[in-house]
Design a protein around this ligand. Sequence first.
Ligand SMILES: [Zn+2]
Length: 74
Amino acid sequence: MGLFNALAEWREASHEKKIARNRERGTCPACRGQGFYPLAASEYMAFHSADAYTCQHCSGSGLYADWERYQSQF
Ligand SMILES: [Zn+2]
């Protein structure tokens, strides 16, 4: 139980750090500002479509502002 909580907290902290880092750079945290997913980042791929490689979180712009806007829709 304690281990699970510690792990959840670590994941949460790691996620927060990643977002803060991308906020500073102005880049989308999901695709690191590239607008598409490299093959290694398939963990973020929720849909399989023709444009599966376009980042769904920023609509391919790679901008933090767009990522933030799309976040509020979920
Ligand atoms: Zn993106």
